[in-house]
Write a protein that binds this ligand. Sequence first.
Ligand SMILES: [Zn+2]
Length: 284
Amino acid sequence: MGDKLTKLQEEHMASFAPLSRVVVTGGTHGDELAGVYLVQKGLVKQPEFLHRETFTAQAIVANPEASRKSCRFVDTDLNRCFTFESLSSSTANSSSYEIRRAKELNHLLGPKGSNEAVDFICDLHTTTANMGTCIIVDSEKDYLSCQAAHYLKEVSTHPCRILLMKSGTPTFSMMSLAKHYLRQEFPAFNMDCFQIERKFDYPRDEEGQLTACIHPKLQDSDFKPLFQGDPIFQSFVSEDSICYEAQDPICPIFINEASYYSKGIAFWGTKIQTFEIASIKVSI
Ligand SMILES: [Zn+2]
């Protein structure tokens, strides 16, 4: 019985080489100032905050031009430029500042998917939605990121939630440049997270203009369950509310995020899911 249990535990343990390079990035979106200032004014000027005995850590402003202008991006969203397709395109002299910058970062921190890539990137973002502290993980199969998110959630003195991107979608973000490794042993656990199900756009007219805004009862209610019949939009042209129609409740997030108007997103619908995350250790 004991042997069987040990074998089962071993089968559920993933092992990784020790970390050697870690990077903290801010200003991937130039108008999200907490990350810009933390990196630019704090970590770059006071590198002792990042100094560790066993690995190198570096702080980088990901989109310096947009950060200088305090705008989200110059030509296109940098955080969507890290697909393999975009990084390997032959547009070395692309007219898009962000595509050129993504290739620079891939050269500096990648190449994405290679052995030379940095081990871990912590990319700092902020939102205009009422979401508190939220750690975004790309995949429940990335055991290091899940274990790191779980650790931060456990030590956080404020409410802290884990958001899981939809499984199986190609990675496109800044943090996807890195491999994800670590150095000590962490036990297996069940991870409760909010997994993205689908996007909700605003009601629009034939010309694509908004005809309603977020309903006051939904505003600032990120992560709170939304049930059939609950109001989600308030019409501009009448007293009518537009209600959530599906039978399955969802938890909305990024409600009224300012930078998502142009992406056709009023909020994202998520569901609470539990995943079994394997224990991890350093390989010898
Ligand atoms: Zn951002």
